[in-house]
Ligand binder design. Structure first.
Ligand SMILES: NC(=O)c1ccc[n+]([C@@H]2O[C@H](COP(=O)([O-])OP(=O)(O)OC[C@H]3O[C@@H](n4cnc5c(N)ncnc54)[C@H](O)[C@@H]3O)[C@@H](O)[C@H]2O)c1
Ligand SMILES: [Zn+2]
Length: 373
């Protein structure tokens, strides 16, 4: 393979804010010129976390320097709790100290946490400076870096403050995933499988054949499936940038996933793992409620299992799940737009009560975590 060559380019079309996603293998050393061209910036502030910066910032910095950009490295603590207003304020201070103006690009180098936080800062500092994403987790590549949602958590809940802010460029180097723990890779794969399940049966079949090769980061194949997965998210988002209609489909598996995450107080399962459990559940419920073609649920569960993802529901009382799923805790009768799987490759949002979503016996026999389904 040609060193440094992008394998795939995907254009995301969002009115006047259209931008490229460049997917390659071992391409970090070529990011600088692309960033310079996409942003017209003269300087760059790289936002990252220590474990990622240690490995990848030097290459990125060298490449920026070669492209004529002066750069600085702004490190934030690792972990989702870092996505808060205090860290954002610290970044504003650091940007001022660096003398950042509108010709300074904010470059997020890291997972979804760094991307969301740096993106929020880029959207708000001086009312917006050029933003570039260099995602280094599979989840950030397939999900967080596509769609333009940026933001931070409040102590009352996740992602409560944010903006829609599109990057000028997303630079994905699959080789950076070599250092990502296998469990994190699988969690990212879960969201790629989600995109296929809701939108494109052909891509789902590819995962049935080749999920192992994606987890092993086989360059050409991973780039191809990543591009197709991002294209689905980009298409859904560009039809519905502000999340009124079709974008809901991206929540497939997430109703239960969010309940699982809040019951586990954000410990235990990784987000992508909770989504795998939630998708397997949503597909089963779709069949049970007569929304889905028979066999889809088992096919999905089988693919998730074979990719090493969990499908068993963590054991908490049904009551606790019902409470966790209620958007408005005071109104027990309020419906949720629950995404059902019609068949592999096609999904639809249906308004349902939490009590309709969860069967009387929940987790269903055979589907509790630890039991073999
Ligand atoms: N904006 C969106 O549309 C969107 C969509 C999905 C998720 N998100 C957000 O993304 C966040 C989750 O993203 P994530 O799963 O990437 O988590 P993360 O950013 O916390 O990264 C996971 C872990 O992997 C480490 N890491 C990152 N890259 C690495 C590499 N190449 N090698 C070794 N270790 C590496 C990180 O340091 C971290 O410890 C959440 O905050 C979520 O809300 C946003
Ligand atoms: Zn998700």
């Amino acid at each position: 393979m040609t060193h440094g060559a992008a394998l795939r380019t995907l254009r995301v079309h969002l009115d006047e804010r259209s931008y490229p996603i460049r997917i390659g293998y071992d391409t970090l050393d070529a990011a600088g010129p692309a960033i310079a061209e996409a942003t017209q910036a003269t300087r760059a502030a790289i936002v990252s976390v220590a474990p990622v910066a240690k490995r990848y910032a030097p290459t990125l910095e060298r490449s920026l320097r070669k492209a004529g950009l002066r750069s600085t490295r702004l490190l934030v603590p690792d972990g989702d709790r870092t996505k808060n207003l205090r860290q954002a304020a610290k970044l504003y201070d650091a940007l001022l100290e660096f003398g950042a103006d509108r010709s300074t690009a904010v470059v997020a180098l890291g997972g979804g946490v760094v991307g969301d936080l740096a993106g929020y800062v880029a959207a708000t500092y001086l009312r917006g400076v050029p933003f570039v994403q260099v995602p280094t987790t599979l989840l950030a590549m397939t999900d967080a870096s596509v769609g333009g949602k940026v933001g931070v958590n409040l102590k009352q809940g996740k992602n409560l403050v944010g903006a829609f802010y599109q990057p000028r460029l997303v630079w994905m180097d699959i080789a950076t995933l070599e250092s990502l723990p296998a469990r994190q890779r699988r969690a990212g794969l879960a969201e790629m499988i989600k995109h296929a399940a809701i939108w494109e049966a052909g891509l789902f079949e590819r995962f049935e054949r080749d999920a192992e090769k994606v987890l092993a980061l086989e360059p050409t194949l991973t780039a191809e499936l990543l591009e197709r997965s991002c294209a689905i998210k980009a298409e859904v988002v560009s039809r519905d940038e502000r999340e009124a209609g079709v974008r809901t489909l991206l929540n497939f598996g997430h109703t239960l996933a969010h309940a699982i995450e809040s019951l586990g107080a954000y410990r235990g399962l990784l987000h992508g793992e909770a989504v795998a459990v939630g998708m397997a559940f949503a597909a089963r419920r779709s069949e049970a409620l007569g929304h889905a073609a028979t066999g889809s649920a088992e096919r999905l569960a089988e693919l998730l299992r074979s990719a090493g993802l969990p499908v068993g529901v963590p054991k908490h009382p049904r009551r606790a799940y019902l409470d966790a799923m209620r958007v408005d805790k005071k109104r027990t009768e309020s419906r949720i737009r629950f995404v059902v799987l019609r068949e592999i490759g096609r999904a639809e949002a249906v308004p349902l009560l939490p009590s309709e979503i969860l069967p009387r016996r929940f987790p269903e026999p055979g589907w509790a975590a630890g039991e073999t389904a």
